[in-house]
Design a protein around this ligand. Structure first.
Ligand code: ACO
Length: 436
C-alpha cells in the first residue's frame, strides 16, 4: 500500500485537539484511512459493527467492484477464468499469484489429484455421526479432525507446513464432501481415481457405486468445475474473515479452515443456495409462477420476515457477475439433461424478471447473487439440497487458504482483537443470594 498525498483530519466539536490520520491507496478501489493509532491519540475507538466501512487487512488476491459488478482474481476477470481456465488453474492462481505455465500446470494438477485419498481412519471418525446429520455439521467436524491426522502440516508459522496443508485441504475436500453424502445415503465410499479431473473425480465419488463403471458427463464436469471457480474466493466475506481471525491466533490451518466451514453454513452466507432452492420449491408447491406476485408482496412486507433468497449482496449493488455465468451454465446443464422445461428454472427466471422491474429491489439495488442459479444447477446434477453448501465449502477452501497464508506472510499481521462500545452495568458488588 502507498501513502497517499492527502491525509484525513478528525476534528471534535468539544474543543479536543484534532488529529491527522494517514491515508493509503491500493492498486484499485477505495483508499483507506489508517486509524491504528487513533486510540493512543484520542482514547477513542471507531464503531463499525458488520465492518461496513472497515478494511481489516491489505490483500492482493481478489478485487470486487460492487457498483460495476466486477470480480477479479489476482487481476483476471472472473468471466475469462470461468471460460478459459479450470478450477485447479484457478487454485494455483489464488495460491501463487499468477496462472501456471504448461509444465507447472501439469505438475500442480498431478500433485493435487495424487493427494485426494484421506486417512482410512477418517471412515471410523465418520461413523460417529448420525446418518441424518446435516452434511455441514459433518464437514465442520471432518475438516477440524484433519489436524488430528496430519501432524506434519499443523505449524502455521512454517511455510512448508502451510504449503502441504494447502494441497491436502484442496485435494481431500471433494473426498470428504462425497463421503458425507455417501454416509447419509448408506452407500459405500468411492475411493478417488487419479486418472479423472478434479470435478470428474468428485462426480464419480458422489454418484458412482462399486457395482458398475461410472462415466463422467463432460457437460456436468464442466458445470461443476465452473461452480468451483465461481465460488473459489470472494475477498473478506464472513467466512474468510472468520478464517483469518481464527488463524491469527496461530492455530493450525485445518482448525482455521474448519472455522470458515462453520461460518459458511449460515443462510445469510453459503447456506443461501440451499435456502434459495427451498424457497423455490415452496413457491412451486403453492402454485408456482401464478403465486410469484403474492410471494413478492410478502418479501416487500417488512413484518413478514420473508426474503428473496439468492438476491442482494453486501458488496454487489449491481448484477453479481457470477450469477450471469451461473445462469449460462444452468441453460447448458438443463439442455444436456433434457430438463429445458424445469419448472423451478422457469420460476427463478420469473422471480428475477419481476424483481428487476420492481421499485423495492431497484431502489435498494438488489440483484441476483451467485446462489440464485447455482442451486438449480446442482439439483439438476443430482446433488441433494442439503449438500449445496458442502459443494460451496469445497470450492471456497482454496480462497480461505490463500487468504490465511497471505495473512501469515504479512509483516503487519497481528492477532485479530476488535474492541467494543460497552453499554452494560457499571461496576457493582455481588450481593448475598438472600438480598438479590
Ligand atoms: N430480499 C428482500 N429484501 C432484502 C433482501 C432480500 N434478499 N436483501 C436485502 N434486502 C433489503 C433489506 O431488508 C434492507 O431493506 P431496508 O433498507 O428497507 O431495511 C435493504 O434491502 C438492505 O439490506 P441489508 O440487509 O442492509 O444488506 P446487507 O448488506 O446487510 O445484507 C445480505 C446482504 C445478507 C446478502 C442480504 O441481501 C440477504 O439476506 N440476502 C438473502 C440471502 C442471500 O442470498 N445471501 C447470499 C449472499 S452471497 C453469498 O454468500 C455467496
Amino acid at each position: 500500500m502507498k501513502l497517499a498525498e492527502n491525509k484525513a483530519t478528525l476534528s471534535f466539536s468539544n474543543g479536543s485537539p484534532s488529529v491527522d490520520l494517514p491515508v493509503y491507496g491500493g492498486s484499485i478501489g477505495p483508499d483507506v484511512i489508517d486509524i491504528r493509532k487513533l486510540y493512543a491519540q484520542t482514547g477513542m475507538f471507531t464503531y463499525d459493527p458488520g465492518f461496513l466501512s472497515t478494511a481489516s487487512c491489505q490483500s492482493a488476491i481478489t478485487y470486487i467492484d460492487g457498483d460495476k459488478g466486477e470480480l477479479l482474481y489476482r487481476g483476471y476477470p472472473i468471466e475469462q477464468l470461468a471460460t478459459q481456465c479450470d478450477y485447479l488453474d484457478t487454485c494455483y492462481l489464488l495460491l501463487k499469484g499468477d496462472l501456471p505455465k504448461e509444465k507447472v500446470r501439469k505438475d500442480f494438477h498431478k500433485l493435487v489429484i495424487n493427494h485426494s485419498m484421506v486417512n482410512e481412519q477418517m471412515h471410523f471418525f465418520m461413523r460417529g455421526f448420525r446418518r441424518d446429520a446435516h452434511p455441514m455439521a459433518v464437514l465442520t467436524g471432518l475438516v477440524g479432525a484433519l489436524s488430528a491426522f496430519y501432524h506434519d502440516s499443523t505449524d502455521i508459522n512454517n511455510p512448508e507446513h502451510r504449503d502441504v496443508a494447502a494441497i491436502r485441504l484442496i485435494a481431500k475436500m471433494p473426498t470428504l464432501v462425497a463421503m458425507a453424502y455417501k454416509y447419509g445415503v448408506g452407500q459405500p465410499y468411492m475411493y478417488p481415481r487419479n486418472d479423472l479431473s478434479y470435478a470428474g473425480n468428485f462426480l464419480r465419488m458422489m454418484f458412482g457405486t462399486p457395482c458398475e463403471e461410472y462415466v463422467v458427463s463432460p457437460v456436468l464436469e464442466r458445470a461443476l468445475d465452473r461452480i468451483f471457480i465461481l465460488h473459489a474466493d470472494h475477498e473478506q466475506n464472513a467466512s474468510t474473515s472468520t478464517v483469518r481471525l481464527c488463524g491469527s491466533s496461530g492455530t493450525n490451518p485445518f482448525a482455521a479452515i474448519a472455522a470458515g466451514v462453520a461460518c459458511l453454513w449460515g443462510p445469510a452466507h453459503g447456506g443461501a443456495n440451499e435456502a434459495c432452492l427451498n424457497m423455490l420449491e415452496d413457491i412451486q408447491r403453492q402454485g408456482g409462477v401464478a403465486k410469484v406476485g403474492q410471494f413478492m408482496e410478502q418479501v416487500k412486507d417488512k413484518n413478514s420476515g420473508v426474503k428473496l433468497m439468492g438476491f442482494g449482496h453486501r458488496v454487489y449493488k449491481n448484477y453479481d457477475p457470477r450469477a450471469k455465468l451461473m445462469q449460462e451454465t444452468c441453460n447448458e446443464v438443463l439442455a444436456e439433461l433434457g430438463l429445458e422445461n424445469d419448472p423451478l428454472f422457469k420460476l427463478a427466471k420469473e422471480l428475477e424478471r419481476i424483481a428487476l422491474e420492481d421499485d423495492y429491489f431497484v431502489q435498494r439495488k438488489l440483484y441476483p447473487n451467485v446462489d440464485f442459479y447455482s442451486g438449480i444447477v446442482q439439483r439438476a446434477i443430482g446433488i441433494p439440497v442439503n449438500l449445496f453448501t458442502g459443494v460451496f465449502t469445497l470450492a471456497r477452501t482454496v480462497g480461505w487458504i490463500a487468504q490465511l497464508n497471505e495473512m501469515i506472510s504479512d509483516a503487519e499481521y497481528k492477532i485479530g482483537r476488535p474492541r467494543q462500545l460497552y453499554v452494560g452495568a457499571n461496576a457493582r458488588n455481588v450481593k448475598p443470594v438472600s438480598e438479590r
